[in-house]
Design a protein around this ligand. Sequence first.
Ligand code: SF4
Ligand code: SF4
Length: 241
Amino acid sequence: MDPRLKTIAENLDSWKLGLDASFQFHCTACGKCCIDREDILLTPRDLYNASKVLNMAPTEFVETYCECYIGQDSRIPIVRLKPRGSIKRCPLLKDHKCSIHSAKPAVCALYPLGRAMSFEKGSYNHDGVAGGEIQYFISPFNCGDKSETHTVREWLTDFNLPIEDRYFLSWHAFISEVCLFIREIEGKVSDKLLDTIWTTIYQLIYLCYDTGEDFMSQFERNKTALLEIIQKSEKELGDLK
Ligand code: SF4
Ligand code: SF4
């Protein structure tokens, strides 16, 4: 498991905060959280929002600012902001400011908060909503100062993050299914077929969006299309056994 995720999982009980719990933090705009970063992973909504605000298609945004790789644990395509230079500066940091401030990735907007999903085993369906719970937490940080007090709810509202984030629930249930599928077939299908499957997943998850149209309906459409492909592939592979 990714060491950062492992640390979160081990400490979640002591770090977690309810929506109306308060924490003390004031960002002093030093910009340090935008350098030495190799871990700004983008979900499809982050990618859509950032592309839209820069008036780019998601494909162009990815080619300009990101890199894609297969996750070591998840085994699915991951998109991250590609750091620049020896200081590993985020490519979207311009003149010491975030150039997509109004559309910054959720992980940046939430900081110093984080969020994790908890699902009871077998409790989610393809809608990915039933049984899932978003858990907010605050991990130790060593920047800014503590001159302001916020509740989690206020922090989310200030950064335009939905309190009931149906997308976040749906996204996590969805990628759990895709991960399970890849783990099941990897090593059993040819490398060529696996590459084709990864490319299809990558395009449907991240790239097939028109930023002139509503995000959520396109996400649901792409999710349904990919789950249908997965179900069909599972059946065909099962028939070959
Ligand atoms: S996206 Fe913006 S806030 Fe996030 S690391 Fe890059 S410059 Fe900083
Ligand atoms: S969040 Fe922390 S590291 Fe980032 S700019 Fe604010 S004070 Fe600096």
